[in-house]
Design a protein around this ligand. Structure first.
Ligand SMILES: [Zn+2]
Length: 256
């Protein structure tokens, strides 16, 4: 069947578009009668819709990539819901800690240049990990920058496991963590800290320092104890690059 056959004899008339000038309008007899509009205008509308669809798709891709980055960061599943916004502060100290971490997050692009980090210091259960996870979430999902979360004990046992020839080496593990644009090391100072663990920590922080890569350290130890755990040389270097955020209040896990 020809087009002519479906539509009947084509009826046309000259028409003019304000923007594109003269065109020939065609009477359509499909779903009631109507005259076609300017073909250039139609083409533009189609293009615009396509552009909007592309933009939506790009947004969706960005969102998925950010989420994949967040999930690959090593944040334990149980903690993944933590956000910067969701941190509830009900004292001035808590609000100050919250603000410091949020400001750090906002300045991340600069910290990626300078290598400046943070030390989140204070009692257990005061929300240090919550804010650090919120930071990672923001950095990966909103800024599309990779970040890595690790606890010191998990790192040490991974390195110990590598000594028995499980396919990775201490150097590979270190390289991976040195390469992370932002690294969060939680639970620094848990346990006594063997010479080997301290050397590893020193080496990791030193290499990141040399590469100007920011590191966020989370610890339950207060300054003097951290100094004796990590050693003078590490703490001096940290002091140079990483301001301390104090979490100096009672645990809110224990509160009713
Ligand atoms: Zn037109």
């Amino acid at each position: 069947m020809t087009e002519q056959g479906i539509l009947g004899a084509l009826q046309t008339r000259p028409a003019e578009c304000d923007r594109h000038g003269e065109y020939e309008s065609v009477m359509l007899n499909l779903d009631g009668q109507r005259w076609t509009g300017c073909p250039d205008c139609s083409a533009e509308t189609i293009e615009q819709h396509q552009a909007e669809r592309d933009a939506c798709q790009a947004d969706e891709l960005r969102r998925m990539r950010g989420q994949a980055m967040f999930e690959a960061s090593g944040v334990p599943r149980r903690m993944q819901g933590a956000t910067l916004k969701g941190y509830v502060s009900d004292s001035d100290e808590q609000a100050a800690a919250h603000r410091q971490v949020c400001e750090y997050a906002k300045g991340l692009t600069e910290h990626l240049e300078t290598g400046d980090g943070l030390v989140l210091m204070g009692n257990m259960g005061t929300g240090k990990t919550h804010l650090a996870v919120g930071l990672i979430r923001y950095v990966t999902r909103t800024l599309a920058v990779q970040a890595q979360y690790v606890t010191a004990p998990a790192l040490f046992s991974r390195v110990r496991a590598s000594y028995s020839g499980n396919g990775e080496t201490e150097a590979q593990i270190l390289d991976e963590l040195v390469a992370a644009p932002l690294l969060v090391i939680d639970e620094i100072g848990v346990g006594k800290g063997s010479d080997n663990e301290l050397n590893l920590t020193y080496s990791l922080l030193g290499q990141r320092y040399d590469a100007c890569r920011p590191t966020v350290i989370i610890t339950n130890l207060m300054s003097d104890d951290l100094r004796s755990w990590l050693g003078e040389r590490v703490v001096d270097r940290l002091r140079e690059t990483s301001p301390v955020v104090l979490f100096n209040w009672e645990s809110y896990r224990g509160r009713s």
